[in-house]
Design a protein around this ligand. Structure first.
Ligand SMILES: Nc1ncnc2c1ncn2[C@@H]1O[C@H](COP(=O)(O)OP(=O)(O)O)[C@@H](O)[C@H]1O
Ligand SMILES: [Mg+2]
Length: 373
């Protein structure tokens, strides 16, 4: 299977990088540097090419170097479809709005869904423990990233849904919302809402098999994870009926919605239960089991994306080693070293057992990068 390989990354006024030209090796790259040196910023810039947005912030303005008004990132790489050049420009606009331009080669993308999926990557960061331990938001985001990788149209539905939801909520918080107008927004909400739910369900179905394989490899058959999608309305047997079920729920909650001045059902309220031996791992799992679960989810994600895109994704491991004991670190390494291109960051130099001639070592310091090999 071909690997997706980043050959060059250029940054200009991105976070703490005034300018950077990074040529990673096609194998394993180990970036080490002190806290605050810019390791996660670099990972964030790379992952933006996969998902078209930051994994750390919703505010694009945060990405532009303080005091500047434009930021650029460019990536040259190769994958299943040959060579490719992609770039992103963030420009600070009026009223704290930030304009973002996504380009493939020289042509600009009208929608983010045209951009995503071309640079397959999987990101593993300490934040991922929140998928297991945190609020439902993190699990929805995990599913939405998966669903987007499987079908970029998901991103368009997500952004439409968010906008329509905002409008609908604005209307519901008016003194006397006009029912006819609410009904218009309700109908608008249902299409993208049902699309989001359908793709999430299919993402769960697809990741299940990979989770099974990875868990039995890393743990044992007994580490058996299961998933359950808890909708904010009863999920119909037939997925084609989701629209109707959603519509029915919104009509049932109409008076409560008026009282609470918000949309009370839909994919923004749904939850994914992750069960270990039948019990929610979030409340019943030990710290160790929860860590293991998040690691398994991410490795399964990498497998799923490989299978789906026919390309081994770039693996980004941001500061994950320090969270694991040595046994787990070695296990993770066993999986990672069989992978294609890997970029891994750490506050410490690589431990002795990890060193190999094939590993490229870089030092990060105050927004600059130098090769240490
Ligand atoms: N928009 C920005 N402009 C300039 N510097 C920034 C910006 N955003 C973050 N930083 C700097 O980046 C540093 C954090 O970098 P980060 O990559 O998270 O560090 P680490 O190496 O610990 O992962 C912060 O200390 C902050 O000073
Ligand atoms: Mg960091």
């Amino acid at each position: 299977m071909p690997n997706f390989i980043v050959e060059k990354l250029d940054l200009y006024n991105f976070r703490n990088y005034a300018s950077l030209e990074f040529h990673p090796s096609p194998g394993i790259n180990f970036l080490t540097g002190e806290n605050g040196s810019g390791k996660s910023n670099l990972i964030e810039s790379l992952y933006s090419f996969c998902y078209s947005r930051s994994f750390r912030t919703f505010r694009d303005r945060d990405l532009i170097t303080w005091g500047k008004d434009e930021s650029r990132a460019a990536l040259s790489g190769s994958g299943r479809d040959g060579r490719m050049d992609m770039s992103i420009v963030w420009r600070a606009g009026q009223d704290s709005k930030t304009l973002k331009h996504l380009l493939i080669g020289k042509s600009s993308c009208k929608r983010a869904s045209e951009f995503v999926g071309r640079a397959p990557m999987v990101l593993f960061s300490p934040q991922d423990l929140e998928i297991v331990q945190g609020s439902p938001v993190y699990r929805r985001k995990f599913l939405d990233i998966l669903a987007t990788m499987l079908s970029p149209a998901h991103l368009a539905d997500l952004s439409d849904y968010r906008q329509i939801l905002m409008e609908r909520n604005r209307l519901l918080s008016a003194e006397k919302p006009d029912p006819a107008q609410v009904a218009v927004w309700t109908e608008q909400l249902i299409g993208p809402g049902a699309g989001i739910i359908r793709r999430r369900l299919s993402a769960i179905k697809m990741i299940k098999e990979h989770v099974k394989g990875v868990s039995s490899r890393l743990e044992s058959e007994k580490f058996s994870l299961a998933f359950k999608y808890l909708g904010s309305f009863p999920m119909p047997e037939d997925e084609n009926d989701i629209e109707n079920a959603f519509r029915k729920k919104l009509s049932e909650t109409a008076s409560e919605e008026k009282e609470r001045m918000a949309t009370l059902a839909g994919p923004h309220k749904d939850e994914l239960l992750i069960l270990l031996s039948g019990r929610p791992v979030r409340s019943f799992g030990s710290q160790g089991q929860q860590r293991m679960t998040s690691l398994i989810l991410k490795l399964a994600e990498a497998e799923l994306i490989s299978g789906k895109t026919g390309t081994t994704p770039l693996l980004l491991l941001d500061d994950c080693l320090s969270e694991l004991d040595e046994k787990r670190q070695k296990q993770l390494w066993g999986e990672v070293s069989l992978h294609g291109q890997v970029i891994i960051t750490s506050g410490h130099p690589p431990p002795g057992w990890m060193k190999s001639e094939k590993m490229a070592l870089f030092g990060v310091e105050g927004g600059s990068l130098k090769s240490l090999t």
